[in-house]
Design a protein around this ligand. Structure first.
Ligand code: THU
Length: 147
């Protein structure tokens, strides 16, 4: 699926509006004194449960963790068995909204299965696209041949 045209969050299905609100709330907790860019994310997993996260920056810039990875790592550390990410929402105060960075795409790929990605901003605009379209030919476990 190609990225959708611009959509309005108040016209989205309730479950997406809820994910948006969770990501927005997480964004308000952003620790971003260096870049000044607050990012919030929320994910919904296969069984319907949700987790959220914000970006957490560091004086050693490379130690910064993006909002999407915080949400995913919170989920991965609490879910028993295989984690499957159904939906990822990212909220920034940007127009157009920010898309997940390359490192976050790699981490999403580990747990992706028919995953949908939504990028939104505080004005309530959002775009929808499939993760497969966002990150084709991902390096994943099928390429690792264990001894
Ligand atoms: N950031 C995220 O949280 N998610 C992304 O996918 C892109 C970038 C954060 C990292 C850093 O704290 C700030 O945005 C500026 O790059």
């Amino acid at each position: 699926m190609k990225p959708s045209s611009k959509l309005r969050i108040e016209q989205a299905p309730q479950r997406l509006q809820d994910l948006y609100e969770q990501a927005k709330l997480a964004r308000s907790h952003s620790y971003s004194p260096y870049s000044g860019y607050a990012v919030g994310s929320a994910i919904r997993i296969h069984d319907g449960r949700t987790w959220s996260g914000c970006n957490v920056e560091n004086a050693s810039y490379g130690a910064t963790v993006c909002a999407e990875r915080v949400a995913i790592q919170k989920a991965a550390s609490e879910v028993e068995g295989k984690l499957v990410i159904a939906e990822v929402m990212v909220v920034t105060d940007s127009n157009p909204p920010w898309s997940p960075c390359g490192m976050c795409r790699q981490v999403i790929a580990e747990f992706a299965q028919d995953t949908q990605v939504y990028t939104a901003n505080l004005e309530g605009e959002y775009f929808a696209l499939s993760f497969a379209e966002l990150f084709p030919s991902a390096f994943d476990r099928t390429q690792i041949h264990l001894p």
